[in-house]
Every structure is written in structure tokens, then in C-alpha cells.
Design a protein around this ligand. Structure first.
Ligand code: 5GP
Ligand code: MG
Ligand code: MG
Length: 179
């Protein structure tokens, strides 16, 4: 897998630092609360499981699978619920945990959904933010790091379902896309 990577953007150590920083922010803002952390599958799985280990607070975890991307690198624009939550969000303080906010389409749809379901509050915690590609106006409350306009893989993020298990985040060699 390493051979397919053109360059590493964020090492394992840097990702750990982002998690420590974000956990401290969440601890400060959710002290005494019992937030429902909603991991957006599959991309945010590695991020959320590492993040909560840095968070010495009571939290509830749940998972949701939505789809806006096919196998390629461009957004199709619409968002479908593939797996819904097990937990009711009514009256809860929800933290949406995302791998990356790109166009913002996924988040806008989720914010609307959780408001309709009467969450007490909804905030967004994303490891990566790619504001250069934003099409929807969304507030990302907690950001690990802002990334350049490149398609990134690793640490949960895939290309055609591969590379999610890389322990770092990087950019693929161009020839991988033409295979
Ligand atoms: P949106 O465009 O709705 O903000 O992003 C939807 C999803 O597309 C993200 O949660 C992520 O799973 C995927 N995505 C967006 N940008 C990238 C990227 O650079 N690399 C990878 N692997 N996935 C991305
Ligand atoms: Mg995602
Ligand atoms: Mg994907």
C-alpha cells in the first residue's frame, strides 16, 4: 500500500496531536453533559475511535452510514441514509464526527435531519476540512486541520474502498487513478 502513496500529508504522530487537541476542546465544551457522538461511516471510524480514547468524559457512541460519493473522487450531490442511528437524538447534544468536510452536502443534510428529530444541539467535529471545495454553507465547529484541495486517503478515508487502514493521511500517485 505504501508504494501507492505519492506523499504523506499527516503522519501518525500528527494525527495523534490533532486528536489530543480536539479532545481538549470537546472536554471544555461538553463538561457535565452526556453527548451523543455520531460517527459517519465508514470514513470517520478510525478518527472517532482514536478521538474518544483521548476524551476522559461520559459519551454515547452511535454510527450512521450515508452516501454522497460513488467509487470515484467526485461528489454526486445527493445524500442517502444507508444505515440509520440506533439511538433517538431527541433532546440530545449531538456531535457529528466526520472524516472530512468537502462540499458540505453531507453535513447540511445531517444537520437538517437532526433538527427535525429535535436534537437539543448539533455540532460538527471533523478531522479534516477542505473549504476550497465548499458548495453549502456549513459551520464546522471542531476541525483537526485544514487540507489543500487534493484527494486524500488513509486513516479511514478511501479510494474505491482501499487505503482506509493506512495509519497516516496521504495523496495517491496519479497512475493509481488510471488503473
Ligand atoms: P461532502 O462533499 O458531502 O462534504 O463530503 C462527503 C464525503 O466525501 C466525506 O465525508 C468523505 O467520505 C468523502 N470525501 C470528500 N473529500 C474526500 C477526499 O479528499 N478523500 C476521500 N477519500 N474522501 C473524500
Ligand atoms: Mg465521511
Ligand atoms: Mg469514500
Amino acid at each position: 500500500m505504501d508504494n501507492d502513496i505519492l506523499k504523506v500529508l499527516y503522519s501518525k504522530e500528527q494525527l495523534h496531536e490533532f486528536n489530543v487537541k480536539l479532545a481538549a476542546e470537546l472536554k471544555r465544551d461538553y463538561a457535565g453533559k452526556y453527548p451523543l457522538m455520531v460517527c459517519i461511516l465508514k470514513g470517520a471510524v478510525l478518527f472517532m475511535t482514536d478521538l474518544v480514547r483521548e476524551l476522559d468524559e461520559y459519551v454515547e457512541l452511535d454510527f450512521m452510514d450515508v452516501s454522497s460519493y460513488g467509487g470515484g473522487t467526485e461528489s454526486s450531490g445527493d445524500v442517502k441514509i444507508l444505515k440509520d442511528l440506533d439511538t433517538s437524538v431527541k433532546g440530545r447534544d449531538v456531535i457529528i464526527v466526520e472524516d472530512i468536510v468537502d462540499t458540505g452536502a453531507t453535513l447540511v443534510a445531517l444537520m437538517k435531519l437532526f433538527e427535525t428529530r429535535q436534537a437539543n444541539s448539533v455540532k460538527v467535529c471533523s478531522l479534516l476540512d477542505k473549504p476550497s471545495r465548499r458548495e453549502e454553507e456549513v459551520q464546522v465547529d471542531y476541525v483537526g486541520v485544514t487540507v489543500p484541495n487534493e484527494f486524500v486517503v488513509g486513516y479511514g478515508l478511501d479510494y474505491a474502498e482501499k487505503y482506509r487502514n493506512l495509519p497516516y493521511i496521504g495523496v495517491l500517485k496519479p497512475e493509481i487513478y488510471s488503473k
